[in-house]
Write a protein that binds this ligand. Structure first.
Ligand code: UDP
Ligand code: UDP
Length: 261
């Protein structure tokens, strides 16, 4: 294990690079937006420079955020997106768009062997309690008996993929023949209100909901078209939302009980 800031160059000998560095929760990537864009631009440049030098295969963890607030639904890989380049999400979504550009330019110019995956909303055990994304927020709130914070009217949608499914898709992409970009996500689409009600039912039917303002540029809908992942990687998710939530809730419950005692 080496602890290193990838905005600084590093020389290593490796066969494969899973380039996952970058906070993915809006709360965390907006905390230091300049550092977020440095990670996505300079960090990706350094990892591609490393891949070029040692002839390693390079996998970029890109994101459904490259589609912005999409006006095509569900989102296929060909869709070019609807992104605000000066908004509060742009350090992340424009950062990842540049990262994809760098990957394809290193491929065309230097023959670097690239894989680009577009990750949709993901959740599961071992997320931080202060992660700030919707699934962990709602679970922590319901377990603590505080109201679940729904942003806006809760009619916006997301499609949530269980982490083990995501990792399987990532490894198939890395070790397969297709460079992508390929969407990896669970097409099961829910409104945020439906998610709140599901978690409420599973943890505490008496839990209250409270409504907060919708953050700027919050995408109204999101659902992956996973035709490519199915056809090219033989991959599709196997764990539905209720099953995944059950395992995630168990994990949060035991960690929070351990903290209390
Ligand atoms: N780089 C790195 N590790 C390496 C090789 C390169 O961190 O093993 C960095 C390098 O310092 C540069 C970036 O990756 O900032 C891009 O490298 P490349 O060789 O493509 O460009 P150049 O160094 O020629 O500008
Ligand atoms: N959201 C919410 N309550 C929260 C956190 C998020 O209603 O406590 C909403 C948020 O506005 C967005 C959706 O849930 O519409 C997913 O937000 P998240 O931060 O998890 O991911 P992203 O917006 O990047 O998809």
């Amino acid at each position: 294990m080496i602890r290193h800031d990838i905005t600084e160059p590093i020389r290593l000998e490796v066969d494969q690079i899973y380039h996952l560095a970058c906070p993915a929760s809006p709360v965390h990537y907006q905390y230091n937006p300049v550092k977020t864009i440095k990670t996505n631009v300079m960090g990706t440049l350094n990892m591609l420079g490393l891949a070029k030098r040692v002839n390693a295969r390079f996998l970029l963890a890109s994101t459904s955020e490259v589609y912005g607030d999409p006006d095509v639904h569900p989102q296929p890989e060909e869709y070019r997106g609807n992104v605000n380049c000066i908004g509060i999400r742009s350090c992340y979504d424009e950062g990842k768009r540049v990262a994809e550009t760098l990957a394809f330019d290193y491929h065309r110019q230097n023959n670097v062997d690239i894989r680009v995956m577009r990750i949709f909303n993901t959740y599961g055990p071992r997320m931080f309690e202060n992660d700030g994304r919707v699934v962990s927020n709602f679970i922590v709130q319901a377990l603590q008996g505080t109201p679940l914070t729904v942003y806006g009217d809760g009619s916006q949608t997301r499609s949530f993929c269980y982490v083990a499914d995501l990792v399987e898709g990532m490894m198939r992409l890395m070790n397969g023949e297709h460079m992508g970009p390929i969407n990896i996500g669970n097409p099961g689409e829910y409104t945020i209100l439906q998610l709140a009600e599901t978690i409420q039912k599973m943890i505490n039917p008496d839990a209250q909901l409270t409504y907060k303002p919708l953050p700027q540029d919050d995408p109204k809908q999101r659902q992956p078209d996973i035709t490519k992942a199915k056809n090219l990687l033989g991959w599709q998710p196997t764990i539905n939302l209720e099953e995944g939530l059950k395992m995630t809730i168990e994990d949060f419950r035991s960690r929070m009980e351990a903290e209390e005692s």
